[in-house]
Ligand binder design. Structure first.
Ligand SMILES: *Cc1c(COP(=O)(O)O)cnc(C)c1O
Length: 371
């Protein structure tokens, strides 16, 4: 199980210190990497958007739901990630379903990293294309599979930042393989958009790569602090998705007030580089602080910092001991992660302070000394 099967009740906005089930805890479990989810400027922009556009989307985009706020956001997103055109989807889950099922079908093949997000796996299954998974980051194995497969249309799909390990996919090498084997490359940048790259434009900016083969997907409910997702790429690709992606065509447009709020979020992401610097500093501080613990952090440069404990019970008891100290860090167990690698998935946010990260580090040392 990825999460406990019972739900915790969140009684405050999403932020570093949250009220949960009646107590205040310091949380290291959100995807709100830039600390924007509760930003008053986004709240005000959402209210302004509601005043201007109303609340409900009212219809699907192809009927009468495509408001000027959605349109302006698509143009701003395309510009921000330096791709020709962008298309909004309601969620990242739906965007992945939409892209994969619109591009491949029976007789085609999807090649997927074994640690990809569930939505990419579900998308591949739904497409009816042959579904080939390669071991995490194993480009040799991917290359063999691409070379051996007779399919006319091949699609390689990968998380850009892996959500359980925090490592970044080797995008330039993947792109090279796709070029050599005439395959498309779908990058799911849910955890990189807003965070990676000099202006937060994501994994493409981080590596400085561009190609017509790349289909770029990012979500807007994580670092961007709001809700939704988009796909960006070549104009013909976007036009095809607009006509064919079923989770785009057959669903109601998201509330335009959210698109209006997202325009503000994009401005903040681009303008406030100090949020990314802060995140990098907190990440470095956590990594230094965890030296000398009986457990090791996985080699991650992102805000996702998994601390491998080993056994499931051991991981649960460290998480419980942290919670007794008012610190909420989720334990991730098999089968979500391989046997023997149960871990605490620490995720940092620019909303955390150095003192808060130090508090986590001290608690881990205290608990580690007794383990
Ligand atoms: C969160 C996530 C998604 C789903 O995005 P939503 O907008 O929450 O539906 C897709 N892919 C990855 C890698 C994610 O982490």
């Amino acid at each position: 199980m990825l999460f406990r099967s019972t739900r915790r009740l969140l009684q405050s906005p999403q932020q570093a210190v949250v009220r949960v089930d009646g107590s205040d805890v310091l949380a290291f479990c959100s995807n709100d990497y830039l600390g924007l989810a509760a930003d008053p400027r986004l709240r005000d922009a959402a209210c302004e958007g509601a005043a201007r556009h109303g609340v409900g989307g009212g219809a699907s985009h192809l009927i009468l739901g495509h408001s000027e706020a959605h349109h302006a956001l698509e143009e701003a997103l395309a510009k921000f990630v330096s791709l020709p055109r962008a298309l909004l989807f309601s969620t990242g889950y739906m965007a992945n379903l939409g892209v994969v099922t619109a591009l491949v079908g029976r007789g085609d093949a999807v090649f997927a990293d074994r640690l990809n997000h569930a939505s990419l796996n579900d998308a591949a299954q739904l497409s009816r294309a042959e579904f080939k998974r390669y071991p995490h980051g194993d480009l040799k194995s991917l290359e063999r599979a691409l070379a051996a497969h007779p399919a006319r249309r091949k699609l390689v799909v990968t998380d850009a930042v892996f959500s359980m390990d925090g490592d970044i996919a080797p995008v330039p090498a993947l792109l090279e393989l796709c070029e050599r084997h005439d395959a498309w490359l779908l990058l799911d940048d849910a955890h990189g958009f807003g965070v990676l790259g000099a202006t937060g434009a994501g994994v493409l900016q981080h590596f400085g790569v561009a190609s017509e083969r790349i289909i770029y997907m990012a979500t807007l409910g994580k670092a961007a602090g709001v809700f939704g997702a988009f796909v960006a790429g070549a104009p013909a690709l976007i036009e095809w998705l607009l006509q064919r992606a079923r989770p785009y065509v057959y669903t109601t447009a998201t509330p335009p007030m959210l698109a209006h709020a997202l325009l503000k979020s994009l401005e903040i992401i681009a303008a406030e580089g100090e949020r990314r610097e802060c995140l990098a500093q907190l990440t470095a501080r956590l990594r230094q602080g965890c030296a000398g613990l009986p457990w090791r952090l996985m080699p991650s440069d992102t805000a996702i910092q998994p601390l491998v404990i080993g056994g499931t019970n051991a991981a649960m008891s460290v998480a419980d001991a942290l919670l007794e100290r008012g610190l909420l860090v989720p334990a991730i167990r098999p089968p979500t992660v391989p046997e023997g690698t149960a871990r605490l998935r620490i995720s940092l946010s620019a909303d955390h302070t150095v003192a808060q990260v130090d508090r986590l580090v001290e608690a881990l040392h205290e608990i580690g000394a007794r383990a």
